[in-house]
Design a protein around this ligand. Structure first.
Ligand code: ADP
Length: 292
């Protein structure tokens, strides 16, 4: 019998899994947000991914569940595990792609290079952080951001007061403040990891962002052969192994003006910096995600 894989989220990433699923003989089912979602071609359910009853009905009978985005609430992910469904990436790994504060804390524990950061719950705390980090900060909401939504450059701590108040009022807790990194370019290291631990990497790429959105990817990244590629690969492998990531992992990196690599953020699903693998690689990221 062909294995069945459910994808929660009906965006472009789910859509691009359809062709390799057909080729691999996988019965792909998509839980889409609306009838006109990108991946509606394979949608067997249209609903709200925050609706536990709807999600549990969708997964009934599936072998594996994976995702098109990282926004499924943890309580629902845990309910899937309770039902005995194989969830990849596993909720305990996905947590670090869902919550930037959790990710920063864990990567610091692992000794993985990253921008300097701290949790800020008030203007005074943000102001103190900025005073020791060049008078500026990149402030981020820990959860729910994508494509530059939920990040803001702050040069006067008071400019983040509205944001801190709103986050506190909504019970979203504190924000994440990071040093404003001076970078030459942004890189992305993408790999896939099986539950058995086997890892395959694509070459590190350069990703060019405009207004928070990736508009161009150069693969492999120019002038990356040798040490730079080795460091990027080692960082991504460490993260994949230590966080026990399964499926595709994208590690977004800053290549700083003083020649360091710092981790910006993690995605545990196919990533827009690896769409080139459809044509440029023997096995695309979508096929590799399903294989893993
Ligand atoms: P999103 O979750 O919206 O993708 P990111 O954390 O990746 O948010 O930030 C979006 C963009 O903002 C990054 O691609 C980068 O260009 C810029 N950025 C993020 N963090 C920093 C930082 N600490 N210093 C400088 N620029 C940053």
């Amino acid at each position: 019998m062909s294995p069945s894989v459910g994808v929660i989220g009906g965006g472009q990433l789910a859509r691009m899994m359809i062709a390799p699923a057909v080729a691999l003989g996988i019965d792909l089912r998509v839980f889409a947000e609306t009838v006109d979602s990108s991946a509606s071609l394979a949608a067997t359910t249209v609903g709200d991914y925050r609706d536990e009853v709807a999600v549990l009905a969708f997964v009934r009978g599936l072998d594996v569940v994976t995702f098109d985005h990282e926004h499924v609430p943890r309580s629902i992910l845990l309910a899937l595990l309770q039902e005995g469904i194989a969830v990849h990436p596993r909720p305990d790994a996905l947590h670090f792609a869902q919550d930037k504060l959790a990710m920063r804390t864990r990567l610091t524990e692992l000794g993985v290079a990253a921008p300097e950061w701290r949790v800020v719950a008030s203007v005074a705390e943000l102001s103190a952080f900025m005073a020791t980090h060049g008078g500026a900060a990149m402030v981020k909401t820990p959860r729910g951001g994508y494509d530059g939504k939920g990040v803001r450059v702050v040069r006067e701590a008071a400019d983040a007061a509205d944001w801190l108040d709103r986050a506190a009022a909504a019970g979203d807790g504190p924000l994440l403040a990071e040093e404003l990194v001076s970078f030459r370019r942004e890189l992305s290291q993408v790999l896939a990891r099986r539950p058995s631990g086997e890892i395959m990497l694509w070459p590190v790429v350069e990703s060019i962002q405009r207004a928070g959105v990736c508009v161009e990817v150069i693969a492999p990244a120019p002038d990356s052969v040798g040490i730079l590629a080795g460091v990027a690969a080692d960082m991504a492998i460490t993260i994949a192994e230590q966080l026990d990531v399964t499926g595709v992992l994208a590690v977004e990196l800053f290549h700083t003006t003083d020649e360091r690599l710092l981790v910006n953020e993690l995605a545990m699903r196919p990533h827009n910096s690896a769409h080139w693998t459809i044509d440029g690689s023997t096995t695309s990221q979508f096929e590799q995600h399903l294989r893993a």
